[in-house]
Ligand binder design. Structure first.
Ligand code: CDP
Length: 221
C-alpha cells in the first residue's frame, strides 16, 4: 500500500466527519467515514431482528456484505440506507454492536482495503490506533460536551428529528463511555496524534488548521 492515509479520530459530535470530508475535498483525497460501516451493520441487525448472540450469522453477513458510498449516499448490498443509518434506534445500538471483536476485525480489514484505491482521509474511533497505525498523519478531534450536544442536535434536526439537548448529551456520553472502554479498538488518542479542540472554531478554521499541519509536514504543497 503506497497510498497516503490521514487518520482522524474523536468522540461523537465533535464535527470530525464534516471536517474530514472537507479536508479530503480540499486536498483531493478519497474520504471514508468508518462509522458508516458500523452503522450499516447495526441497521441490518435491527431490521432482521438478529440476536446479539448470533455471532456466526453476523460475522458471515459482514464478511459477504458490500458497503458502498456514492455521492454522499450509503448502500448496503445495493440498497440505499443513507437515512436509516442515522436514526436514533441505530445510533443508540451501534456501540454495543461495535464491541464485537470479530466484527471489528472484519470491518477493519474492509477499511484498510479502502486505501487500495488511492490517498485517503478516514475518520472514526480507532483509525490512528488500530486500522492504520502507520497513517502518515493522525488527528484527534475533541470538543466541549455542550457544544457537541448542540451540534448533534442540529444534525438530527436537519433530518427532521427533534431531540432535546439533554437527551442528546446523555446518549452521546453513554456511547463515548462504551466506545472508550471496550477491549478491541477503544476510542483513544494515538500517542502521535495531533489534537484539535474544535469548541470555539468554525468548520473552515478547523479545515484550515488540519491543512496547515499537512503542509508543515510536507504531505501536500
Ligand atoms: O460521529 P459519531 O461518533 O456519532 O458516530 P460515527 O462515526 O457514525 O460512529 C458510530 C459508532 O460506530 C461509534 O459510536 C462507534 O461505536 C462505532 N465506530 C467504531 O467503533 N469504530 C470506528 N472506527 C467508527 C465507528
Amino acid at each position: 500500500m503506497n497510498s497516503i492515509v490521514i487518520a482522524i479520530d474523536g468522540p461523537a459530535g465533535t464535527g470530525k466527519s464534516i471536517v474530514a470530508k472537507l479536508l479530503a475535498e480540499k486536498i483531493n483525497f478519497h474520504y471514508v467515514d468508518s462509522g458508516i460501516y458500523y452503522r450499516a451493520i447495526t441497521y441490518w441487525i435491527i431490521k432482521n431482528n438478529i440476536k446479539p448472540n448470533e455471532l456466526q450469522k453476523i460475522n458471515d453477513f459482514v464478511k459477504n456484505s458490500k458497503i458502498e458510498i456514492k455521492d454522499d449516499n450509503v448502500f448496503l448490498n445495493g440498497a440505499d440506507i443513507t437515512k436509516d443509518i442515522r436514526n436514533m434506534e441505530v445510533t443508540n445500538k451501534v456501540s454495543s454492536v461495535s464491541k464485537l471483536r470479530n466484527l471489528r476485525k472484519i470491518i477493519s480489514q474492509k477499511l484498510r482495503d479502502c486505501a487500495n484505491s488511492g490517498n485517503l482521509v478516514m475518520d472514526g474511533k480507532d483509525i490512528g490506533t488500530v486500522v492504520f497505525p502507520d497513517a502518515k498523519v493522525k488527528f484527534f478531534i475533541s470538543c466541549d460536551d455542550s457544544m457537541r450536544a448542540a451540534r448533534r442536535q442540529q444534525e438530527f434536526l436537519d433530518i427532521g428529528q427533534k431531540i432535546p439537548r439533554d437527551k442528546m448529551l446523555k446518549e452521546m456520553l453513554k456511547r463515548d463511555e462504551v466506545d472508550a472502554t471496550r477491549q478491541e479498538g477503544p476510542l483513544k488518542k494515538a500517542e502521535d496524534a495531533i489534537e484539535l479542540d474544535t469548541t470555539n472554531m468554525i468548520v473552515e478554521e478547523q479545515v484550515d488548521f488540519l491543512n496547515r499541519k499537512l503542509i508543515a509536514k510536507g504531505i501536500i504543497e
